[in-house]
Write a new protein. Structure first.
Lengths: 489, 1039
């Protein structure tokens, strides 16, 4: 009997294994691509997934956006060596080489976002989901693709223009497209997004018509196409945004009336956190008195330190200074230390080391007002420009601007943007857009090396036209032989 | 019938297969009705006794003496004597012994018989287990080595792989770490693969295992057969590229019954040699004083901390962290084996218990094992068998390997401050190990003793089979096999523990995982063995199906009320749990034809077709053919006269096999969770996770083997030689794709590597008779060369401070970095030499000087070059066994010559920033142009990072010779009339007795593999030390 059972079992098993399906197994814990992209919910989830790379891009976005500029530097950190530190020091001091993890992080994550939006845009037109839902989702995907490409073209110049989902190794490598072509695509996507997106989203925090128009405004400003920029930015002013009365509150509350587009984080174990407060806190052995949890911050912190130059740029009585910069802290041994750090994103105490949930605002209404002011001034409409500037100054507790002619006003607007938007990743791109980067940074370099003697002697000695964009990451050049490196790297 | 409509891939065997199956079913039904056991129990009226010797008069122990046709056998004792009751004075004795010709001896009413067995000519008739069957040794045409477990017994080891180190040519076995129950790496013929496994396939009693081989109780094993070339492994198809190790477990023999008890107790200790030579407290305080003096000059410090102001106060005091963490530890093993066999049924049972304390404090390994192998003969046609082997293992705190950032506690501890005590004078334990200027660290003693990391693993290995002789010489075999593992792990880190840079109190945390996996395998084979006159045929066809399933869950949490409750149940915060299910399946057809003419001309051809779930639609099936030929010269008439030559065989084989060790579902584009947050609410998101690859396929290995076996003087001296040439192509690797695609890599078949080598072994019975001495020596030469790297061009992408490089035209894993040529002694030397200008650590007087390989006057990445070759020129092993009267003595050594090692621990223990404790020789560093030191160690504090980049100063010759085992045994003479014992032997055995090497690190065998990736061979990161074990044991054979 035993023999028969054994034989029957063995034969049954091996015969069932004869079926071809026996060796066709699919994952049981994940959904395959083949079964996804069917329902409106699938498409919604895909769009949500396209926002995700923003978190990574912004977690170290300040390195290229602020530390490259005259707003921020870093704390002295004797004894620390290695790429995680030197890559940031090098970007700050214009010493960066083609291997740099911050540059690679921005490059790679922008393309992760682009690939995700491409997968949606390749399919959504043919899908049978509800038309209104479709328009909204398509608008969001187009906005995000435009946003990621705009980020790339500003920081790296012309880049490979992938507009279809990559499904094989052969499709993975493209040559760089001219910057003009990238801008053309960004404008096309953002324009379409502006027409498809509602002024308000049911899910607060999803991008809106205002986000798309602000993006368009920025693109046109960068291209110096002022009339188009004026149209886009003026359009934003009609969408019901307003300035938050107290400047500090912009950063303590999510998605305020002033917020147009912000990268959203969540404190806790869900993996949605940032660690801005820890990165920007001093690099001391215990940050419990600053941030809450005990922990050695030597290898995490010490970044985005306000420069004396920035501090001096605040006018007397400017309420933004105290909201942006801390002038002392209590160290782990309960001693008070008089030194500065960026506190714009520090709203502790936090429960866990390196785990914060403060959002990062990408576009807000004050930013649009100042950009519109800049636009009008460049168009020669200085008179129309001034009220927008003064609106922002008034909120900061400052009197109306004294500037009246175009040249003075240009300087006044640039300074206002610097202090209003300090540590919000606008300064470096503002300097490049307005053509001031080389002059300003060269003068700044001489000064800061006197003020902070720990900076390397060769820092800020290579500020040239070539350094206004960053190198294409070396690992990409190594694999995609169609790519060429930016000159000077 | 519908079952068969889908087996078109196996077209051609369909009809034969079907008919056999039908026939079998009918047949089994019939015989199982009629088979009834009838055993005669006669009263033996005649007793015969005597002695059995070999043809040279040597005593033969354990020879089976049985009455023909009855099966009431006994085994000869240690003096070769036997005593047997037979049915009558005209009975015939059947005398059997492995390696000797079986002899039938008529009793003829003699009460005493002295029997001489003649050795089976070089044991060519010895049966060797091969893929899907067995063959006479003389008929084998592939490169196959067999080791009998009885030849490697009594070693105080926990894993069988330790006991066969140095025994086989072409098989490099390294003990890469001393973690109890772990760390053995086997590479057959240099097998290597980039992204996947390079371990051989283990087949236990016919079952290709999916679980770890390490936990098999060595006492359960009867033989190891190592299949090295493609012609002998090709029947395992897509899993055979790294070679195959076939293990057979102990089965009882007909006519034998025995009860044995084996046990040993040993003490393990870490030898002094190879321990890191760290500064003591006084030296360290002086060193830190110098560091702070330098920092004051640079404005990085304002004063010398009080702890370092008076170094002499520490004379003779301080903490030796290596000693704090290590101990002498006991190991003990108990095995009870029962074996009983009649013509009708055989049963063998082995009970084992092993308890090994690790030499690292608080580590321990325990194994409880049972194996029962039974076989029952229904009648002369049908045999059924059932093997059941449950095992339960417990490993406590074994995870101590790894470099300083990987949580390797030993490396972390030795870099900690020696002036920081691990225990206070009042007996309390400090929370931290901290000294001014050093990174904050926990007290490593508390980490080792208070953090827990426990794994329990239960395993069931079982197979049931039936063998049916359908007609004479035609056998059908069907089997069902299970390999089941249930692994549970709990980790607990109380607030008093922590890690490098993370001194306590930390947030107490706990985690647990459960990993349950199993595979079932069903096999049906049909075997026809028949001799048509001088034409001998052995034909096999079969069909097998195997399926693997894995269920993995992991949970972790923190927020414990205090350190008293370590259960995850007490956590208040939880991290995202992980759940995973993995499956693979393999359906295969196997076939083989062995043919020989008069045993002179041998030919063997085999073919396997594998269909695997792991591979893409375009490559679902793989074909693995092989063919080999042999010539047995002594069978030629003209050779019969040359009687001195007892064996001369020439063999050649060629075959194709594969490596399927790639992740499951790798070719399918999946989606992944990509959540985002909107306005403080976690929102589910999804994205495509990977690019699909419809061409993803096996790694293919094509191998040619040419060999010869030669023996003279009736087998007293035998020699074997093999040459192999193997091309591994379509190597599986996660290749990087441009990230502009939105993805970073894709699984693909890319590279091509060539391996070739020579293997040589000699066995010699140097002395025979009462004083016997045998020697086995083997040596292997393996060379690898990378021929192609697919889309990567000339070398695989690597971390610029990585240790190894894979470059076309070079052997695997070459060391690559800067060439150290000294120190910039003074300003003049500095001015006239090439310099490193990087902002991270620009060169300065007193810093390390690297060679300017490209001569451009600047030291940069372009000056990295080959700085060593981790591949040994050759590996070797030698075993000597001596027997005299009641004494036996054996020595096994193994070694490697010519491979380099890279001691990356030096990156930390010779760090010059003053943040770690350092080796004593750092005291002889460069201090000033007038005190330039030993020219090897650069200055402190300034420009120190450069010294930490991969450079030739870390590379040294890793040649070694290890005395793996020495055993001395004594068999106690017993009064034959005692009622209890057949034999008692006591022995002492020493494992890892001496390591002869110039290498300064602890374990030259790390040269095998770090992890299992050949991309990182020869790297020493201060692994768990391999202890020396001195043991005492006993073998008791009960009546």
């Amino acid at each position: 009997m035993r023999v028969r059972i054994l034989l029957t079992a063995a034969l049954a098993l091996s015969l069932s294994a004869c079926k071809k399906s026996f060796i066709e197994l699919v994952p049981k814990t994940v959904v395959t691509e083949a079964t996804f992209f069917k329902t409106a919910d699938d498409y919604t989830q895909a769009v949500v997934g396209s926002y995700q790379p923003l978190r990574s891009i912004y977690n170290d976005g300040y390195v290229m956006g602020e530390m490259r500029s005259d707003n921020a530097t870093y704390f002295a950190s004797p004894g620390l060596q290695g790429g995680q530190f030197s890559d940031k020091w090098n970007i700050s001091g214009f010493l960066d080489i083609t291997i740099n993890m911050n540059g690679l992080n921005k490059y790679a994550n922008c393309y992760v976002g682009i690939a995700r939006t491409n997968a949606i845009l390749d399919r959504i037109d043919k899908s049978t989901i509800d038309a209104a839902v479709k328009a909204n989702l398509k608008g969001q995907a187009q906005f995000l693709r435009a946003f990621y490409y705009f980020e790339l073209v500003q920081y790296f110049g012309g880049v490979p223009l992938h507009l279809k989902e990559v499904t094989s190794v052969a499709e993975a490598s493209l040559p760089r497209s001219p910057a003009a072509d990238v801008y053309k695509q960004v404008i096309a996507d953002a324009t379409s997004a502006a027409s498809l997106l509602p002024a308000k989203q049911t899910t607060i925090g999803m991008v809106t018509q205002g986000s798309a128009k602000t993006l368009l405004g920025y693109v046109y400003m960068t291209l110096k196409q002022y009339p188009q920029a004026e149209t886009a930015l003026t359009g934003v002013t009609a969408l019901g945004y307003s300035l938050v009365p107290n400047y500090a509150n912009i950063f303590t509350t999510r998605n305020t009336a002033e917020s147009i587009f912000e990268v959203q984080y969540l404190e806790g174990p869900q993996g949605q956190q940032n660690n801005f407060a820890f990165q920007f806190a001093p690099n001391i052995s215990n940050v419990k008195n600053i941030l809450g949890p005990s922990g050695d911050n030597k290898t995490t912190g010490g970044w985005n330190k306000p420069t004396p130059d920035l501090i001096a740029a605040y006018e007397a009585g400017d309420t933004r200074k105290a909201a942006s910069i801390a002038f002392s802290y209590v160290d782990g041994d309960d001693n008070t230390v008089n030194d500065t750090y960026c506190k714009k994103y520090t709203h502790g105490p936090y429960a866990t080391f390196n785990n914060c949930g403060d959002d990062w605002i990408v576009y807000r209404y004050a930013d649009v007002l100042l950009l519109l002011s800049e636009c009008l001034n460049e168009e020669g409409k200085s008179g129309q420009a001034i009220p927008y500037l003064n609106q922002v100054r008034a909120r900061a507790g400052l009197a109306a601007t004294a500037a009246s002619n175009q040249a003075d006003l240009r300087i006044a607007i640039a300074k206002e943007r610097r202090v209003e938007l300090a540590f919000e990743n606008h300064r470096w791109l503002d300097l490049v857009r307005t053509g001031q980067a080389i002059n300003v940074m060269t003068a700044f370099g001489v000064k800061i090396k006197q003020q902070e003697p720990y900076l390397p002697a060769n820092a800020y000695t290579n500020i040239t036209q070539n350094r206004l964009i960053f190198p294409i990451p070396q690992s990409e050049i190594d694999i995609n032989h169609l790519l060429t490196q930016n000159p000077g790297y | 019938m519908i079952f068969f409509t889908n087996i078109s891939p196996f077209l051609g065997v369909r009809h034969r297969f079907l008919s056999v199956l039908m026939l079998t079913l009918v047949f089994v039904g019939a015989v199982s009705q009629t088979a009834t056991a009838t055993e005669k129990n006669t009263n033996p009226p005649f007793e015969v006794s005597g002695k059995v010797t070999g043809n040279n008069g040597e005593t033969l122990v354990g020879v089976t003496v049985a009455e023909k046709g009855v099966g009431n056998g006994v085994a000869t004792d240690v003096n070769g004597n036997f005593k047997l009751k037979v049915s009558n004075g005209n009975a015939i004795l059947l005398v059997r012994y492995i390696g000797y010709k079986t002899k039938e001896v008529p009793v003829n009413n003699n009460a005493t018989l002295n029997i001489r067995l003649s050795s089976d000519s070089q044991s060519l008739n010895e049966v060797v287990v091969v893929a899907y069957g067995s063959q006479k040794k003389g008929d084998i045409t592939g490169a196959v080595t067999t080791i009998k477990a009885s030849d490697v017994k009594d070693q105080p080891v926990t894993q069988f792989t330790q006991s066969i180190q140095g025994k086989t040519p072409g098989v490099q076995i390294n003990q890469t770490t001393g973690v109890p129950g772990q760390g053995m790496q086997i590479r057959i013929r240099g097998a290597a693969s980039f992204g996947t496994n390079s371990q051989p396939l283990y087949v236990v009693d016919g079952v290709p295992l999916v679980s770890d081989i390490n936990n098999l109780n060595p006492e359960e094993i009867e033989t190891f057969t190592i299949l090295k070339d493609a012609s002998s492994t090709a029947l395992y198809g897509s899993r055979a590229a790294n070679g195959v190790v076939i293990i057979t477990t102990k089965h009882a023999k007909v006519g034998q019954s025995s009860l044995t008890f084996n046990s040993f107790y040993g003490v393990q200790s870490v030898p002094q040699k190879g321990r890191p030579d760290m500064m003591n407290a006084e030296e360290f305080a002086q060193y830190e004083q110098d560091v702070f003096t330098e920092k004051i000059i640079l404005g990085q410090a304002t004063s010398i901390p009080v702890e370092y102001q008076n170094p002499s106060q520490y004379a003779g005091k301080g903490t030796d962290w290596y000693n704090v963490l290590l101990r002498n530890a006991p190991i003990q093993s108990y095995n009870l084996a029962l074996s009983s066999g009649t013509e009708k049924s055989t049963t063998s049972a082995t009970l084992g218990f092993l308890d090994q304390d690790g030499v690292l404090i608080a580590s321990n390994y325990k194994r409880y094992s049972v194996r029962v192998n039974s076989e029952y003969k229904f009648n002369s046609k049908i045999t059924v068998g059932l093997n059941v082997a449950p095992t339960y293992e417990k490993l406590a705190n074994g995870n101590s390997d790894g470099n300083i950032f990987g949580g390797g506690i030993i490396q972390n501890a030795i870099t900690s401050s020696p002036i920081s005590p691990y225990k206070n004078p009042d007996g309390s334990l400090p929370l931290t190990s901290q000294s001014p200027g050093l990174f904050g660290n926990p007290n490593w003693y508390r980490v080792a003793t208070e953090a827990t990391n426990n794994t329990q693993k239960g395993r069931l290995l079982s197979n049931a089979y039936a063998n049916i002789e359908i007609i004479k010489d035609l056998n059908f075999r069907t089997s069902l096999n299970i390999d089941y593992v249930n692994e549970q792990n709990q980790q607990w880190n109380p607030s008093t523990t922590g890690g490098l840079f993370a001194p306590p109190p930390i947030v107490a945390n706990a985690s647990t995982y459960s990993n349950i996996y199993y595979s079932w395998l069903a096999e049906n084979t049909l075997n026809y063995k028949h001799n048509f006159g001088d034409h001998n045929f052995d034909v096999l066809v079969g069909y097998t199906a195997q399926k693997y399933h894995q269920n993995y869950n992991q949970e972790s949490g923190y927020g414990f009320p205090n350190d008293n409750i370590s259960s995850l149940a007490a956590a208040t915060q939880f991290n995202n749990p992980q759940y995973d299910i993995q499956e693979w399946s393999l359906a295969s057809f196997v076939s083989r034809l062995n043919y020989n003419y008069k045993n002179r001309y041998l030919i063997s051809a085999s073919y396997r077709r594998d269909g695997s779930s792991r591979f893409a639609p375009n490559t679902k099936y793989g074909n693995f053919p092989a063919v080999s030929v042999g010539w047995n010269a002594p069978e030629e008439p003209f050779m019969k006269k040359i009687s001195v030559i007892s064996d001369l065989k020439l063999r050649a084989g060629y075959g194709v096999n594969g490596n399927f060790a790639i992740k499951n579902y790798g070719f399918i584009p999946n989606t992944q969770t990509s959540n985002y947050t909107f306005n403080g609410t976690l929102t589910p998101g999804t994205s495509i996770a990977n690019i699909g690859n419809n061409n993803l396929s096996w790694e293919k290995a094509r191998q040619l083997d040419i060999g010869a076996d030669f023996s003279i003087l009736n087998g007293r001296i035998s020699v074997s030689y093999d040459y192999f040439h193997k091309i591994t192509s379509s190597l599986l690797y996660q290749i990087n794709v441009p990230q502009e695609s939105g993805f970073s890599n894709i699984s693909d078949n890319v590279a091509k590597i060539r391996f070739q080598g020579h293997e040589f072994s000699i066995n010699s019975q140097n002395l025979i008779g009462d004083f016997r001495w045998s020697t086995n020596f083997n040596i292997s030469f393996v060379r690898s060369k990378i021929l192609n790297l697919g889309p990567y061009g000339s070398y695989l992408p690597r971390n610029t401070n990585g240790s190894n490089i894979e470059m076309i035209g070079q052997p695997l894993g070459m060391f690559y970095g800067y060439k150290f040529i000294g120190i910039y002694k003074n300003q003049q030397d500095f001015d006239s030499s090439a310099k490193y200008l990087g902002s991270d650590s620009p060169s300065a007087v007193g810093t390390v000087k690297y060679a300017d390989i490209n001569g451009d006057g600047v030291i940069d990445l372009k000056d990295q070059t080959f700085i060593g070759n981790p591949n040994p020129d050759f590996t070797y092993g030698m075993t000597n066994n001596l027997y005299f009267k009641n004494f036996d003595f054996g020595v096994t050594v193994s070694g490697a010559y010519g491979g380099d090692l890279q001691n990356r621990t030096l990156e930390y223990i010779q760090n010059l920033d003053g943040v770690f404790n350092v080796t004593k020789d750092v005291a002889n560093r460069w201090k000033s142009p007038t005190d330039p030191g030993d020219g090897v160690h650069p200055r402190i504090v300034v420009g120190t990072a450069l010294a930490r980049y991969t450079n030739s100063r870390w590379v040294s010759d890793g040649s070694y010779l290890t005395v793996k085992n020495v055993t001395l045994g004594y068999t106690i003479p017993l009064n034959k009339s005692n009622n209890y014992f057949k034999s008692i032997r006591v022995y002492t055995s020493a494992q890892q007795l001496f390591v002869f090497t110039k290498y300064k690190g602890a374990n030259p065998e790390v040269s095998g593999l770090e992890g299992s990736s050949p991309l990182n061979i020869g790297i020493d990161n201060t692994s768990y030390p391999v202890p020396r074990t001195i043991s005492f044991g006993v073998n008791v054979n009960l009546k």
